[in-house]
Design a binder for this molecule. Structure first.
Ligand code: ZN
Length: 49
């Protein structure tokens, strides 16, 4: 089961200039790395949710 943090982010298609796939915040469209740690750190600071 995916981590519940991911309900707040949309998986993006692979973007060629990034090694990792990207995720986009559902509230402010900020893109982050597809990594749990990045998601938790980002979401805590997101001002739109
Ligand atoms: Zn956000």
């Amino acid at each position: 089961m995916p981590d519940p943090i991911w309900v707040h982010f949309t998986q993006l298609e692979h973007i060629i200039r990034f090694k990792q796939k990207r995720r986009e915040c559902n509230y402010c469209q900020q893109q982050i790395n597809n990594a749990l740690r990045a998601a938790y750190i980002y979401f805590r600071n997101c001002e739109q949710h």
